[in-house]
Design a protein around this ligand. Sequence first.
Ligand SMILES: Cc1cc2nc3c(=O)[nH]c(=O)nc-3n(C[C@H](O)[C@H](O)[C@H](O)COP(=O)(O)OP(=O)(O)OC[C@H]3O[C@@H](n4cnc5c(N)ncnc54)[C@H](O)[C@@H]3O)c2cc1C
Length: 595
Amino acid sequence: MTATIDQVSEKTFDYIIIGGGTSGLTLATRLSEDPALSILILEAGADNLNDPAILTPAAYGSHFGNPSYDWAFKTEPQANVNGRSVPWPRGKGLGGSSAINFFQYHLANKGDYDAIEKLGNPGWNWELFKKYQLKTETFIEPEVKDQSINYDLAHHGNEGPLTVSHALTLSGLEKPFNDSLVKFGILPAPEPNTGTWLSPLTIHPKNRIRSYAANSYYTLASSRQNLTVLTGAHVVRLESRKDGNLLTATGVTFIYDKQTHLVKVGREVVLSSGAILDPQILELSGIGDKKLLEKHNIEVKLDLPGVGSNIQEHVFFTATHEIREDKKEEVQTFDNLHDPVEREKQIALFQKEGKGLLGLAINIMAFVPLSQLSPDSDTIYTQLKKTVDEGIASGKYSSLQRKQYRLQLEALKRGSPNCEIILVQGAPAIPGLAKPGKKYGAFYLLLNHPFSRGSIHIKSADPIDYPAIDPHYFEEEYDIHLLIELFKFSRRLAKTEPLQSYLLDEVHPGPECQTDEQIADFIKTYLVTTYHTIGSCSLLPLEDGGVVDTKLKVYNTTNIRVVDVSILPLHIGAHLQATAFTIGEIAADIIKGNV
Ligand SMILES: Cc1cc2nc3c(=O)[nH]c(=O)nc-3n(C[C@H](O)[C@H](O)[C@H](O)COP(=O)(O)OP(=O)(O)OC[C@H]3O[C@@H](n4cnc5c(N)ncnc54)[C@H](O)[C@@H]3O)c2cc1C
């Protein structure tokens, strides 16, 4: 049961968690295990519990633009992607982005977490993330023991709140994709993910519904008397007092039903409002870059220039092929789900028998180093290193970028996976692309370790005004260079047996797109977000632009923490939800004094 405003307004809680999303609900569930503590979650969206629009698998993208589920952000116009403002959907409501995401559930490779420690964060490494990820999930072994499915029980939990398993239906494209990649030396991956892989998913294979923060973690805790959840509560700012140099949060101001309210805090305020809105709430609270706050006439409580800087985002674009006529019956794709009548039929079939297209998932993926994909990888590395060296010599890069780039270059040199290819069973939603009666296979080509750095800052002191999201796409040329190489690789892969026997010629962009300039223009026109923003409240030493310390506490505060993916200081080669749940688990143990 969610609370009424009278149970919250002007009351005091030990812990106030802002945002009932992925990390926030994880943290709240663990903290409320102690009946002596009172915990409040303030969530701007609705509870959306038991909503089929969230629970039904294969609902990819159907929530986008719907204010009941999606904040529907947009970037500032991006100079290097033809001036486009790129839509950034993000989950709104209990469960946050875990309620609308695409189900893949996995950590990145070891080196990506160890890099967090190397940036000056003792203890924040692979061992820590692995230990706590095991707490998040109960892994159910798949009934279909297809040879494409590869997993290692040592890397899975068996007592966690989330249910994780593998897709109920295979499309028929898994094995040809794997076998063609082997011809390039890219082998099926052991866990964790390096190589070709079918990602585990947060779909309950028995109930056949999405497993996410609200029906896993929150369900465990929802009847506890010490946990209060207020939905429809949009947090505006933290109230605070200053004792010497240290800031202490005393309460939280929020808007509920168009009225402004205050709730007081006994111990700590935790921001779990996601990487886009954490910086807005901090800046509206007077915590951020002094010059920016003064520009908006906000009283400066803490000059903390790292807030909203160091933004890194995964992006991708799609190359689409038609499935050959003689393979159409053999291969299952999402294409038929665009027909509303067929979709209803498939939902009924899935609910009754667990069969059909809804059991398909976006899960066929490979995490590979550039050196395995491009014959020009040595030249690209040499050019990149030269650019970085010149940038350092000219003073173009901050001390943080210098450290990050050194680690990124080292990772490239040792052949750590930095590219991702997903084979999606169906055409992307580009108007006019998919023809009725045809089936498609599409390569999603992803940039996971960008060199460009962006920012997210308030545009005004109005809390309802969305912040300016400026990822600075392709400001570092290597980022687009890598995508061009990935695209060329996807063409070679499509022409390699056995995949070649399944895929007809590329229909988008198509054969007329040949030169690097043409490919770059296609990428700039169709680039989309992978929904994985990090860095806006980075876990880093203060002198490198850090916002939180290794206990996730905001610098120079006594009781304000940030607990969500905004703390990641350098991007990882994985989809982010497993890391978000894991951060919630780690934070709970930090607060309990166990880490
Ligand atoms: C469309 C989409 C698809 C994705 N697909 C995958 C995938 O397949 N696999 C994967 O691993 N990852 C995926 N991700 C990414 C992953 O789901 C997120 O990175 C992760 O869930 C983020 O967790 P979080 O706790 O940081 O933020 P969120 O889960 O987004 O939680 C933030 C919460 O804070 C609330 N909030 C924000 N501001 C306020 C405020 N002012 N007052 C009160 N409440 C507020 C929000 O409404 C939200 O509920 C996807 C994300 C999206 C959006």
